[in-house]
Design a protein around this ligand. Structure first.
Ligand code: ADP
Ligand code: MG
Length: 358
């Protein structure tokens, strides 16, 4: 079994930096879990703790049935792919991929069989004699991945393995990674700072900020019910609109007030009275001709044509609003009426930033 349990794990470096703060987390057998968060939030440190390359300052790490907190890295049956690939420059691609198997005294014919099998999967058959400096970034990346897959330990740890690749290659590698995971079914922890990678790769996503877990959930949960405004802002492009205001009234007739402006709407959600933050995704807003009690009047400032869709930037009386639309008949400088799909509205506590679920 290769589930990973973290119990109250923390890491403080000698200089006092608290990189990981009391994280408890279970990574299920065979799961593809993506660890995502801004640069410096503690992702690599958490991965290195699981790999046994760092010792925790507190808490325990369990792998399968075993307490692995103080277990040597080589006894954890796992392997890591680093962002910079960490290939041996003097070895060719074949030897780089065979390295972990040699170190474990696997018989030579078996090594050859495994490496060739993986090389074929990754399209590296013709490149096996090349040294890393004779390979492109994408090819090096695949050799590093090949080294992991040739050994194929029960836990795969990947630290931003795609971030040095260009956009096209990243997309095709993403696809290939999901296929390989389906085939190998290994417990996988994949670190990235990229929200698209997180959404498209993860069975579940763990969102970190400043050494803490902000939310753990499926991509749909993370996007539709972000536990905190930080999570809401991290996912989605363009960013979610967050509007500060005050709520009063009840379901049939709520009033959302920002300074002078009052928006009157009805909703099935239970929204508490008082200061609040209203979250509206850019795809959950419509433009209408007529003014209504639940619409904002706003001037269209700028249009970004993305080809398939246009991103429209509006300035209202008390707020900026961004929305996505297929319409091509709108003019900058004109005023329009913007109406939310209220059932898609996401509400946050104004002081804590936590989701208000109702
Ligand atoms: P991420 O991978 O999310 O970018 P890291 O885990 O690398 O973040 O770093 C988390 C925090 O810990 C950062 O503030 C970083 O500067 C700090 N840090 C990482 N490694 C060390 C170290 N060996 N000594 C001191 N501080 C460190
Ligand atoms: Mg990192």
């Amino acid at each position: 079994m290769s589930e990973i349990f973290l119990h109250d794990v923390s890491k403080t470096f000698p200089d006092g930096t608290q990189a990981v703060k009391n994280i408890s987390l279970k990574i299920k057998q065979g799961e593809f879990l993506v660890l995502v968060g801004p640069s410096g939030c503690g992702k690599t440190t958490l991965l290195r703790l699981i790999a046994g390359l760092e010792n925790p300052s507190g808490g325990t790490i369990q792998i399968g049935e075993k307490d692995a907190t103080t277990l040597a890295s080589k006894d954890r049956d796992l392997a890591l792919v680093f962002q910079n690939y960490a290939l041996f420059p003097h070895m060719n691609a074949f030897d780089n991929m065979a390295f972990g198997l040699h170190a474990r005294k696997v018989p030579k014919d078996k090594i050859e069989q495994k490496v060739l099998h993986v090389a074929q999967k990754l399209g590296l058959e013709k490149l096996l004699q090349r040294k890393p400096n004779e390979l492109s970034g994408g090819q090096r990346q695949r050799v590093a991945l090949g080294r992991l897959l040739a050994r194929n330990p029960s836990i795969h740890l990947l630290d931003e393995p795609l971030s040095n690749l260009d956009a096209n290659l990243r997309t095709s590698m993403r696809y290939q990674l999901t296929e390989l995971h389906q085939e190998f079914q290994r417990t996988t922890l994949f670190v990235t700072h990229d929200q698209v990678e997180a959404m498209t790769l993860g069975d579940r996503i763990c969102v970190m900020n400043e050494g803490e877990v902000m939310q753990l959930g499926t991509p749909a949960e993370i996007y539709d019910q972000p536990a905190h405004r930080f999570v809401a802002e991290f996912f989605g492009s363009p960013k979610i609109n967050l509007l500060d205001g005050d709520i009063s009234g009840t379901k049939e007739k709520y009033c959302f007030q920002q300074n002078g402006q009052k928006i009157i709407f009805s909703s099935n959600q239970s929204i508490p009275e008082g200061p609040i933050v209203l979250g509206l995704r850019p795809e959950c807003l419509n433009i209408q001709k007529e003014k209504s009690s639940d619409s904002w009047e706003a001037e269209l400032k700028r249009i970004e044509n993305m080809g398939d869709i246009r991103v429209l930037h509006f300035q209202g009386q008390d707020c900026k609003i961004t929305l996505k639309s297929k319409r091509n008949d709108l003019q900058p400088g004109q005023a329009y009426h913007i109406k939310p799909e209220w059932k898609e509205a996401i509400w946050f506590n104004a002081s804590t930033g936590n989701l208000i679920s109702g």
